[in-house]
Ligand binder design. Structure first.
Ligand code: NAD
Length: 255
């Protein structure tokens, strides 16, 4: 399989969940994968799984909210791989609460990781893509950008912002042959969702059943459902897609 042969792809937050699964799929399709995470042990695990399967990958630590850290990530990735063809801004954290329940520090944390954590990798990697007159950026939004869900005020604000940012960036960078698209997953079973359910509901099983009920499929998504959509956006098969939202949500937005 070689749908990504010749491409060096940086994935933020690739030590777990959707990012890890995408890193593994991209490597199996011939990409050289730069695995970033704030958790070095988890990032190294992703790399080990790729190398064991015969793929190419390296871990580079960075906190996507920290400018120096992201500058170092960019420099090291270009030094080790020669270029960054695709940037997948995947790292993100959850936020729970209606707006009156959210403390300012908790609000800022979600804004920092989910918005600043997309802004900074773009800020330092886009000039490299502009210089090469070629690039592809995938931003992780969520179906929550398009629908109201209870007690998700901070998180939904960030994912709506990412969708708007994607469109704005696409207009700015289309002249440099850089594509910018967004993924909008529904509920995907990852540690992120398991932690959210456990920390937010007295009865996580009941919450889980009610989330499942909202899906037109009656089932929740799996990381590889999103990874396969990311594969399409990362490959040249999607070359006519610019500034687009791609839903992978079991129809929940329309349910
Ligand atoms: P996850 O918690 O399994 O993985 C997220 C990874 O990001 C972790 O490895 C974490 O260490 C890393 N990370 C967190 N802060 C970081 C930082 N400052 N710098 C670098 N890395 C950092 O989560 P997931 O479910 O795989 O979610 C991945 C993305 O998909 C997130 O942006 C999330 O908002 C989005 N998303 C998830 C779902 C879902 O249902 N799981 C739905 C829609 C969108």
């Amino acid at each position: 399989m070689s749908r990504l042969k010749g491409k060096a792809i940086l994935i933020t937050g690739a030590g777990s969940g959707i990012g890890q699964c995408t890193a593994q799929l991209f490597a199996s399709e011939g990409a050289e994968v730069i695995v970033n995470d704030i958790d070095a042990a988890k990032g190294e695990e992703t790399v080990a799984s790729i190398v064991e399967a015969g793929g190419k990958a390296a871990f580079i630590y960075a906190d996507v909210t920290n400018p120096e850290s992201v500058q170092q990530l960019t420099a090291k990735a270009i030094e080790q791989f020669g270029r960054i063809d695709v940037l997948f801004n995947n790292a993100g954290i959850s936020g729970v609460g209606a707006i009156h329940e959210i403390e300012p520090d908790a609000w800022d944390r979600v804004m920092n990781v989910n918005i600043r954590g997309v802004y900074l990798p773009c800020k330092y990697i886009v000039p490299h893509m502009m210089e090469r007159n070629s690039g592809n950026i995938i931003n992780m939004s969520s179906c929550i950008a398009e629908m109201g869900l209870a007690r998700r005020a901070s998180y939904s604000a960030t994912k709506g912002a990412i969708l708007a940012l994607t469109k704005s960036m696409q207009v700015d960078y289309a002249p440099y042959n850089i594509r910018v698209n967004a993924l909008l997953p529904g509920t995907i079973m990852t540690p992120f969702v398991e932690n959210y359910l456990r920390s937010s509901y007295a009865d996580p099983e009941e919450a889980f059943a009610s989330i499942k009920q909202r899906q037109l499929t009656g089932e929740l998504g799996r990381p590889d459902d999103v990874a396969r959509a990311a594969l399409f956006l990362a490959s040249d098969e999607s070359k006519f897609m610019m500034g687009s939202p791609l839903y992978i949500d079991g129809g929940v937005v329309f349910g």
